[in-house]
Write a protein that binds this ligand. Structure first.
Ligand code: SF4
Length: 311
């Protein structure tokens, strides 16, 4: 399947069956920590970027073949709300499963009432907001010229007021970029206006788009959590449950299908595939020899990537 993947263990969503509705890095931001690699095909226009009929067909097969999963998650190799027919796909997904429907978004298009109306169909909204100080927002998220932080905050406030969905706002801190006290004070003010159900604090934990972004220490993250108040939580490492059988993950194609979307360590792939460690080692070595994947070290840990993603 081209447009669906998993179920994959997610720290925030349990076992998440993913739907990826855009071609690689179709986005209006180019975040310094993006796991999709450097560069951006910036666009601010909503469009029919991927064939909805094929996505629906994949969705039907994925839901019927996935076995147990906790959430059906709309994500993208970019910003999902850029797909003009997101609303139609969400309505269709609701007819397939009674599992909660989650949508990840960078929140940049929320000032558009049509986008908010479409997102109102979701059960869980996962917007991100890394800085509300314009200069820092530009430094960490590198927005296209059409994106303004004031519009992002206003859109988040309106979305929370208009929808009954649960909202978990993710803030990703990068050392020396958006983790100073003044960042936290400004963020706290915006959060008070947005009123998300949870604020989920994160830091760089996988190889980022650029070489230099560094993670914030655990101690500082917990300090920030205390400053942000009782709705805030640090997203700790998730003790992943075993995957159900027959997800199709324990194959080379299954491994590539997930690596396209995020770099993974050997241990991640082990959990994702449910394969025996020896067999996985042989499989990954074979894939490296054939030029399908490569390995690169980040933060002292080796991560696997699809070959065309590594310089
Ligand atoms: S992290 Fe998300 S929002 Fe940022 S550039 Fe990558 S795809 Fe776009």
């Amino acid at each position: 399947m081209k447009y669906c993947f998993g179920p994959v263990p997610s720290r925030r969503l349990g076992l998440s069956l993913g739907v990826d509705i855009l071609p690689l890095k179709t986005c209006n931001l180019n975040c310094i920590y993006c796991e999709l690699g450097p560069g951006a095909k910036y666009t601010c226009e909503r469009g029919d970027y991927a064939p909805v009929e094929l996505i629906k067909r994949d969705l039907e097969s994925a839901v019927s073949g996935a076995g147990e999963f906790d959430t059906l998650t709309f994500t993208a190799s970019g910003e999902p709300t850029l797909h003009l027919r997101l609303g139609e796909m969400l309505s269709f997904a609701k007819t397939l499963t009674d599992r909660p429907l989650a949508v990840l978004t960078n929140a940049t298009l929320l000032s558009d009432p049509a986008v908010r109306e479409e997102l109102a169909q979701a059960d869980i909204l996962l917007p991100s907001l890394d800085s509300v100080i314009p200069g820092r927002f530009r430094k960490i998220n590198r927005p296209a010229p059409c994106v303004r932080i004031e519009g992002v905050i206003d859109g988040l406030i309106k979305l929370k007021k208009e929808t009954g969905a649960v909202m978990w706002l993710e803030v990703l801190f990068v050392r020396g970029v958006n983790d100073l006290d003044e960042d936290v004070v400004a963020l706290k003010e915006a959060i008070a206006a947005i009123r998300p159900d949870k604020v989920q604090i994160n830091t760089v934990s996988r190889p980022p788009a650029e070489r230099w972004p560094a993670p914030v220490s655990e101690e500082r993250l917990y300090e920030i959590r205390r400053k942000l108040g009782c709705t805030a939580e640090v997203i700790a490492d998730f003790k992943r449950p075993p995957l159900p059988e027959n997800t199709g993950a324990a194959t080379e194609a299954g491994i590539v299908n997930i690596l396209i979307r995020r770099p993974l360590t050997f241990e991640d792939i082990l959990i994702f595939t449910g394969m025996d460690a020896g067999m996985l080692k042989e499989t990954l070595e074979g894939m490296e020899r054939s030029g399908t994947i490569k390995c690169k070290v980040f933060d002292d840990r080796p991560f696997y990537f699809p070959c065309d993603r590594v310089e």
